[in-house]
Design a protein around this ligand. Structure first.
Ligand SMILES: [Zn+2]
Length: 56
């Protein structure tokens, strides 16, 4: 599992936790998020912009 961070607003997507508010259950891998995934916090950064910040 890894954590990915938005370079714009520093929202973090943690694969272990998912983001249930956005409809992604725990253990959803970042690579399995839809290709049109947009940062739920700032809304201007796409999946390809996110940076992998840690492995856990
Ligand atoms: Zn963002």
């Amino acid at each position: 599992m890894a954590i990915y961070e938005c370079p714009g607003c520093h929202y973090r997507y943690d694969e272990e936790l998912g983001d249930e508010h956005e409809g992604y259950p725990p253990s959803t891998l970042f690579e399995n998020l839809p290709d049109d995934f947009i940062c739920p916090d700032c809304g201007v950064r796409y999946k390809e912009d996110f940076e992998r910040v840690s492995d856990s």
